[in-house]
Design a protein around this ligand. Structure first.
Ligand SMILES: *Cc1c(COP(=O)(O)O)cnc(C)c1O
Length: 350
């Protein structure tokens, strides 16, 4: 039997998201934090394994609401923010507008759900192309516009002078995906929620030491939350995640210290890479740095042979690789490997 023939055409042309597990000594490919919250795992011992989780995750929402200075009614939880992106597109449909390069899931999910994608290239500084985005809004009338700020994989925040006119011009919703906001120098869009009824903020615990839990959250007006909540699967956030997240989120000091350490290391990495020949790093407000080299495939392979795994972004951003900021030791191992690999690829080019 040819199963392929039964598959919807939108799905047939997709390829499974490959989060490949590649053996390595220094893992700097997935924007994870090197600092975990294993102490919070104790909370899982109180979970009754025979009972369904709290479907509304009340305790967890309360902690997050306090941290974000909003009401629990403003929050919807997801099994990672990926799930919330899916729920948003299920609820509102397309067209779905986003700049490129950006986080790949906006396009993948839109396509899987059979919704029209509208992609607008970023400008040369990786900022939003204001006029092009505005004209796409007028022409395509997107139901949803996704803006990852700081943007993955470029690392920069989009300027708010270019985001705000979009929020004002569109008749649809604008989702500012703040997965990397904890590492950014500016405050983000939370304070603007009350001024813009069509603004949605996405956050996640994945980049700050809790990727294993799969917890994302959306902050928006209660009207929006109420609609999206209709497509949410019951019990989408499991009991272990709820219990451990509540405990981990109490450790605010530890979270802050780990973020500060990573920001300082990011700036050290950037400085060191800027001084190296044949590599162009791009300024970042996130926990990773995008950098351009002459032969990205050779540099990627060379790093991996030295045990350092980064992400090859050549398809999305020509000539670019992305390195996640790790511990000082990991970052130094990366820098030293990069120096040697660039030296050997130079010899080959000559
Ligand atoms: C990592 C990432 C996410 C996904 O986060 P999860 O909560 O782990 O699903 C969402 N948006 C951006 C821009 C990301 O880089």
């Amino acid at each position: 039997m040819n199963i392929g023939k039964l598959v919807k055409k939108e799905v047939a042309s997709l390829r499974a998201y490959s989060a490949k597990e590649i053996a390595c000594r220094v893992k700097l490919d997935a924007n994870e934090s090197p600092y975990g919250f294993e102490t919070a795992l104790d909370a899982a011992l109180a979970v009754k394994t025979n009972r369904y989780p709290d479907p509304e995750a009340k305790a967890l929402k309360k902690v997050l609401a306090r941290d974000c200075r909003v009401m629990p009614e403003n929050i919807l939880l997801g099994n990672g923010s990926d799930e919330l992106i899916c729920y948003l597109i299920e609820t509102f449909g397309g067209p779905v507008l986003y700049p490129v390069p950006t986080f790949s899931m906006y396009g993948i999910i839109a396509q899987a759900l059979g919704e029209q994608k509208v992609e607008v290239p970023l400008d040369a500084a990786f900022d939003l192309d204001g006029p092009a985005m505005l004209s796409a809004v007028r022409r395509a009338r997107p139901k949803l516009t996704f803006l990852s700020s700081p943007n993955n994989p470029t690392g920069n925040c989009f300027s708010s002078e270019r985001i705000l006119p979009l929020i004002e011009a569109t008749k649809g919703l604008v989702v500012v995906d703040e997965a990397y906001q904890p590492f950014a120098s500016e405050r983000g869009f939370l304070p603007l929620l009350k001024d813009y009824p069509n603004l949605i903020i996405l956050r996640t615990l994945s980049k700050t030491g809790l990727a294993a839990l799969r917890l994302g959250y959306m902050i928006a007006s209660p009207d929006i939350v109420e609609q999206v909540n209709k497509v949410r699967l019951p019990f989408n956030v499991n009991a272990l995640t709820q219990a451990v997240a509540v405990k981990a989120l109490q450790e605010r000091k530890k979270l802050k210290e780990s973020v500060n350490k990573l920001v300082a290391e990011r700036d050290r990495l950037y400085g060191e890479m800027e001084r190296m020949a044949r590599v162009t790093p791009f300024l970042s407000e996130a926990n990773f740095i995008l950098f351009r080299v002459h032969d990205p495939e050779a540099v990627y392979d060379g790093l991996l042979r030295k045990g350092v795994l980064v992400r090859n972004m050549n398809d999305a951003a020509a000539g670019c690789l992305r390195v996640t900021v790790g511990t000082p030791e990991d970052n130094s191992a990366f820098l030293s490997a990069l120096g040697k690999v660039l030296e050997s690829t130079k010899r080959r080019v000559q």
